[in-house]
Design a protein around this ligand. Structure first.
Ligand SMILES: [Zn+2]
Length: 470
């Protein structure tokens, strides 16, 4: 497949966590009873007039600045018409040809240097209400007995971000979204939780012969609600399109739903043209014209972008570790732990693996105590280390009682255990001697199990190696 190059652009919707809705004062929030957070404005009753949520505008500008966008001095809300039961006005209010933020770029650190992903626009709009289809097997409209509408979500603020078709692989799409998500979270404008639908992404996918500049017909993938599903969906669609072109066919412009469970793509409907929506400027709202001082104040509030932090850590930790720490919101704890004396790579591994694996909230961890544990990791029994890590988030945690325990490093104590393990696994011993080096971890794991986690894994590893090469 090396002769083909994927061309991917993303459209991302982000729910802003403002206190009130986009054009009325109804509260924004999940978990309230159905249709309890509504008023004449968000129900589209005659005579009701919208008022722009100031905070939503400021947050959109802030996000635009974080994405390197130009902030327009004149943005306009338009009516986007389409009839649907979840849209009581018969139109959605959305920025259209004059959005607040345009022409940005995001630097995505990659294994082969920095990649630049263009941001075409970021604009503000209101969300539609939520439709629930009851009956039938799939929860979709086809085959349902009836449908219910919850207007609580109707009129809540959404930002739509559209990237240029600059993304060249499924993995790159995933890493871009992780970086974007972390950027949004750190701005404090959305929880951006995909599983709750606060961040949704659609992908426009096409392929072309590697090295060419042409743009072939693209398809749109919808309904993808996790980073992994998005990567898998793009991969499946790229493969499908390459198959179509290589068998002499032609890719048609279509929209697909990606079903993560089956890995299947299901065509949805032919894509509507923008003209179908009969856009026109919303006559009940004034244009958004942010004063330059406001834009500069918001620019001054931006934190150091995650991409820049990955670049800063990359020299010490490598791309993979740096990305995991930064996009997981763990790099601050890492920096404090290293400042408290921990070895940088060890500290990164403990934080990204042991600490996260134990489900500890990084915000509640004392970096000083963590640094002491990282330092003692090879000396104390594995079981003691794991227990200590799992308790790091408890108030007043001290590493002291764990640090006094010693892992067994005594060869005379370990030798017989190792001999027993090797004797019990002759097949693995043979495979290891035949070149399967990866089995070393298996042997060490068995010895750790036999000693109930009290052996020093580093010493065990050396002893096993010596024994098997003898
Ligand atoms: Zn309302």
């Amino acid at each position: 497949m090396s002769a083909w190059e994927p061309v991917v652009g993303l459209e991302i919707h982000v729910h802003l966590k403002t206190r009130t809705k986009m054009f009325c004062r109804c509260p924004v929030g999940f978990g309230a009873g159905e249709n309890t957070q509504t008023c004449p404005v968000c129900l589209g009753l005659p005579g009701a007039l919208p008022v722009i949520n100031r905070r939503a505008v400021e947050w959109t500008i802030k996000l635009g600045l974080a994405l390197g966008c130009e902030i327009r001095g004149h943005a306009v809300f338009a009516r986007k018409h389409y009839p649907y039961p979840d849209l009581p006005k018969g139109y959605q209010i959305s920025q259209y040809d004059l959005p607040s933020c345009v022409d940005g770029k995001v630097i995505l650190p990659s294994a082969d240097g920095d990649r630049e992903i263009g941001i075409v626009r970021a604009h503000l709009e209101e969300d539609a209400a939520k439709t629930v289809h009851v009956g039938g097997r799939t929860g979709r409209i086809g085959g349902a007995d009836y449908s219910l509408i919850d207007f609580n979500r109707g009129g809540t603020p959404l930002v739509e971000i559209v990237t240029a078709p600059d993304i060249r692989s499924a993995d790159e799409a995933k890493r871009f979204l992780q970086l974007l998500r972390q950027t949004i979270v750190e701005l404090g404008i959305s929880d951006a939780e995909m599983e709750k639908g606060a961040l949704r992404a659609d992908a426009n996918v096409s392929v072309r012969p590697a090295g060419s500049n042409e743009l072939r017909t693209r398809t749109e993938l919808k309904n993808m609600n996790s980073f992994t599903f998005i990567a898998r969906g793009i991969e499946a669609e790229v493969e499908r399109q390459v198959g179509v072109w290589e068998s002499g066919g032609e890719v048609r412009q279509e929209t697909y739903d990606f079903d993560a469970a089956s890995g299947k793509l299901t065509p949805r409907r032919a894509k509507e043209e923008a003209d179908d929506y009969r856009y026109f400027p919303e006559p009940d709202l004034v244009p958004v014209e942010p004063p330059a001082e406001l834009v500069e104040r918001l620019r001054g509030e931006l934190p150091e972008p995650p991409g820049a932090r990955i670049e800063r850590l990359e020299g010490t930790l490598g791309l993979e570790r740096s990305s995991v720490l930064v996009t997981g919101g763990l790099d601050r704890l890492w920096e404090e732990t290293v400042a408290a004396g921990a070895e940088p790579v060890q500290a990164a591994n403990v934080i990204a693996n042991a600490l996260m694996g134990a489900g500890v909230d990084p915000g509640s961890v004392s970096a000083t105590e963590l640094a002491r544990l990282v330092d003692a990791r090879d000396r104390i029994p594995r079981a003691a280390f794991d227990e200590a890590v799992s308790k790091l988030g408890e108030p007043g945690f001290s590493a002291d009682p764990y640090l006094t325990q010693e892992a067994v490093s005594d060869e005379s104590e370990l030798e017989p255990v190792i001999a027993r393990v090797l004797e019990a696994n002759p097949g693995e011993v043979e495979a290891y001697r035949g070149g399967k080096d990866g089995l070393l971890g298996f042997f060490v794991g068995q010895v750790m199990k036999e000693t109930q986690g009290k052996a020093n894994p580093r010493v065990v590893s050396e002893l096993v190696k010596a024994k098997l090469s003898a």
